[in-house]
Design a protein around this ligand. Sequence first.
Ligand code: HEC
Length: 104
Amino acid sequence: MKRTLLAIAYVAAGFAVATPALADLQLATAKNCMACHAVDKKLVGPSYKDVAAKYAGQKDAADKLAAKIIKGGSGVWGPVPMPANAQVNADEAKKLAAWILTQK
Ligand code: HEC
């Protein structure tokens, strides 16, 4: 609760840009990713912590995930597909993939 309030305070104060992790959470929120994903629990899609654990140590993981974020797809976590995210450009997809892979 305290962390949530702190996060809100930071965003409200406009500090998010200066704080990379928060800026990327903000990007994920702005791009609607958090409608289906949470950092630490499964929603429609896998939690970002689970994604990070699955791909830990794979050096091409960020590129692979960035492509999947843009194109969507199914079959890795179950039958439910992730729709294509056309609102995300290649740079944003890479940033989001890199951020997701740092979740622990
Ligand atoms: C409509 C719901 C929905 C939205 C919106 C959504 N996702 Fe997903 N996401 C899913 C589902 C379902 C899966 C599991 C797909 C699978 O099993 O292959 C998934 C899987 C993923 C994976 C793991 C892919 C893999 O192959 O292991 C990543 C990373 C991811 N999403 C990131 C994002 C990002 C970043 C956004 C925002 C731009 C986003 N998602 C938006 C539903 C969604």
